[in-house]
Design a protein around this ligand. Structure first.
Ligand SMILES: *Cc1c(COP(=O)(O)O)cnc(C)c1O
Length: 384
């Protein structure tokens, strides 16, 4: 059996090696490291894939979130509602811009932001909601867009974990994750579902005026060379990363399928375990099927309800099976984001999830032997 890895970037590289190496050599030969033709071509490719009018590449996913908020003109003191159970980047940029983060609880089955908690958190100062499409599946965008419309709020989708996922709205139309709200942000960090070989990110929007504003912000606030109209940042995707992403984008749907297949096999093997709650897929299907495209399984995350989670982590590691705890501490308990407004009774789900979640190895190169070994060890420990 091949050594089991949490993510296997090497295996993926072997398949696109020729194309990637050729494009990178070309960039080295022409020295067009920044804003080269590869960056523009990738932007166009991604616009087409996402069926969105504007993609603005940038340096990483955290920048993408920050720039989206700057582009919307959010001002210090504006309240921005986001999920308590996610990676810190989301709340970090809210705080950096001196906006007021308002963390709310999530749903126990999808791990995504809880709509009733969002509704309760809306005040006269609320300006935006940032749903995070956690682990590869969209938050309840129908409900979020409805709340946003009713309360005149912006919606910024943190799509760092769900690129390639689709969302089926109640009206029956399917849209790509990240293109439903006013603006979407994503990351091309190597381990993301569409990852480059360094840092990268992008912002998406269908709003022409917002796209124009954002194109200036990523480039030092310049709309005309050496005329700085607004305070901007320097945030660029470089040509080499764009070349890697161009090679991978045509394979993204296959990558998503491979992840879904692995998730289905995990589910099949683990579905009779009493103390394990399988990840829930909403929208298109009841369970997980091969054709369902609403979940792209950035992570395959179980809940272990018997208090054995930490023991399981230890047991898997002893058997050379890597696993992860995403996330071990709720954001409202992180020192940097403590706030008197938060009451523990408002976060029952996040407080429970941090004790129960475990993410198993998930990538495009997992084979049946590895999945059988991993699930066998999980079952062995749970029944010991
Ligand atoms: C990875 C990630 C980010 C940040 O992306 P970087 O490219 O690492 O800056 C933001 N939000 C979520 C949910 C992420 O998973």
């Amino acid at each position: 059996m091949k050594k089991i890895q949490m993510v296997d970037l090497g295996g993926q590289y072997q398949e696109i090696k020729e194309q990637v190496n050729a494009s990178i050599s070309q960039i080295l030969e022409t020295s067009s490291y920044i804003n080269g033709p590869e960056v523009h071509a990738f932007q166009k490719d991604l616009e087409e894939y996402l069926e969105v009018k504007h993609v603005i590449p940038c340096a990483n996913g955290t920048d993408a979130l920050q720039i989206a908020m700057m582009g919307l003109g959010l001002k210090p003191g504006d309240e921005v509602i986001t999920a308590d159970f996610t990676f810190a980047a989301t709340v970090e940029v809210i705080a950096l811009l001196q906006l007021t983060p308002v963390l709310v609880d999530v749903e126990p089955d999808t791990f995504n932001i809880d709509i009733s908690a969002v509704e309760r958190a809306i005040t006269s100062k609320t300006k935006a909601i940032v749903p995070v499409h956690l682990f590869g599946q969209c938050a309840n965008m129908d409900a979020i867009m409805e709340l946003a419309e009713k309360n005149d709020l912006y919606v910024i989708e943190d799509n760092a974990q769900a690129i390639g996922a689709k969302y089926l709205s109640g009206k029956g139309d399917k849209k790509m994750a990240g293109t439903i709200g006013h603006v979407g942000a994503t990351s091309f960090f190597p381990s993301k579902n569409l990852g480059c070989y360094g840092d990268g990110g992008a912002i998406f929007t269908n709003d022409d005026a917002l796209a124009h504003t954002i194109r200036g912000i990523v480039n030092h606030g310049m709309y005309e060379r050496y005329h700085h109209d607004v305070v901007g940042v320097n945030s660029r995707l470089d040509s080499i990363q764009a070349a890697v992403l161009r090679a991978k984008l045509p394979k993204l749907n296959d990558y998503c399928d491979a992840r879904r297949t692995a998730a289905r096999k995990y589910n099949e093997a683990l579905r009779n375990e009493e103390s394990i709650i399988l990840p829930k897929t909403v929208n298109q299907c009841e369970g997980i099927c091969d054709t369902c495209d609403c979940h792209v399984f950035h992570q395959y995350t179980l809940r272990i309800t018997s208090g054995k989670r930490n023991g399981l982590v230890k047991f898997l590691n002893e058997n050379d099976i890597p696993c992860g705890i995403y996330y071990p501490i709720p954001l409202h308990k992180q020192k940097a984001y403590l706030d008197d407004r938060y009451k523990e009774v408002d976060f029952p789900v996040t407080n429970q999830l941090v004790e129960e979640v475990i993410s198993l190895p998930m990538h495009t190169e997992l084979d049946d032997e590895q999945i059988a070994f991993i699930t066998g060890k999980v079952i062995e420990f749970m029944n010991a």
